[in-house]
Design a protein around this ligand. Structure first.
Ligand SMILES: [Fe+2]
Length: 306
């Protein structure tokens, strides 16, 4: 299968960068609650290179954690690729996914990734079919709205859809106007609650600077086009954490009191070893206490098949 820039943004000969900042200590509120969740992003399940077995190993490691996560946030790209495949191949990937994630007993919440959209990379795909576009991921995985929010132990979590149709390239990364309006309204309803946004494509990232050069601009296949609006809204609305995927790197940018954390990937360099030689297959663990959190990247010992 040939892989294009827009399809996976992978395989670039480049060096990577992990920007790790320690969170500044803050006072906990008297009603401080503690909970744990896992950011499990860019799974890209496939039978090739035993990718499905890799996901099972990652799940096994989560289940073996001494402190059980209260829930899992999947950051998109559940499957290897739906943009330009047959329905049969898409079905097979979703079956592998369901099988690999089945042992997780805790709630699992997902956002859409660009690889989760059926047919947008194929001009001949039947646009009127029952499974075109986001319908498969919506029916089989999200089991609800493409964007939504939930509250947990005093925090508000927003699961956003960063993948929109594009006439020229099939898709582009953006928050559509209806979703942005909904987000603004909901953020304003909970002014004092600490918040987390979950995105597939990042709002902020150094990925293009570290891989292509300091003065290169990121196009809409890398970062969401209205990312500035997300950054401004986050600063204004007590958003503490923006979780990002898509680039498969581990990155932590603190800006205006908001941490923009890109959580590596379950599949590393699409099951071919560590991404950019630096970021192995893994997931990010978050421990929340009151309105602060700590986090670490956990690998699960996967060795890429030859
Ligand atoms: Fe991905």
């Amino acid at each position: 299968m040939s892989i294009t820039r827009r399809e996976v943004l992978g395989g670039m000969a480049a060096s990577g960068l992990s920007l790790a900042f320690k969170p500044s200590p803050q006072l906990l509120s008297p009603s401080a609650s503690k909970f744990r969740f896992v950011h499990f992003t860019d799974i890209h399940i496939q039978p090739e290179l035993d990718g499905n077995l890799g996901v099972k190993e990652a799940v096994k490691k989560i289940k073996a954690m001494k402190t059980r996560p209260d829930f899992i946030l999947i950051g998109g790209d559940h499957v290897m690729d739906l943009l330009k495949v047959t329905k049969q191949r898409a079905d097979m990937q979703f079956k592998l996914l369901a099988d690999a994630l089945k042992p997780l007993e805790m709630p699992v919440y997902s956002v859409v990734g660009n690889h989760d959209v059926f047919g947008w990379g194929d001009k001949d795909s039947d646009k009127n079919s029952a499974y075109y576009g986001k319908k498969m991921i919506q029916d089989l995985v999200l089991k609800g709205s493409l964007y939504r929010a939930f509250s947990f132990n005093g925090w508000r979590f927003y699961l956003l859809d960063t993948v929109q149709p594009d006439l020229v390239d099939g898709w582009r990364s953006e928050i559509d106007p209806a979703q942005m309006a909904w987000l603004k309204t909901d953020l304003a309803k909970y002014p004092t609650m600490p918040k987390t946004l979950v995105l597939h494509c990042p709002a902020i990232s150094t990925i293009v600077q570290v891989s292509e050069g300091a003065n290169k601009a990121a196009d809409d296949s890398w970062l969401i086009t209205n990312g500035k609006e997300i950054v401004d809204l986050s600063i204004q609305n007590n958003v503490k954490l923006v979780l990002q995927g898509h680039t498969h790197v581990v990155e932590d940018i603190s800006y205006g009191g908001v941490r923009f954390i890109t959580g590596g990937s379950v599949c590393g360099n699409w099951w071919r070893g560590p991404r950019l030689g630096l970021f192995p297959e893994g997931y990010m663990v978050f421990d929340v206490s009151g309105d602060t959190f700590t986090n670490y990247y956990e690998t699960y010992g996967w060795v890429a098949r030859k």
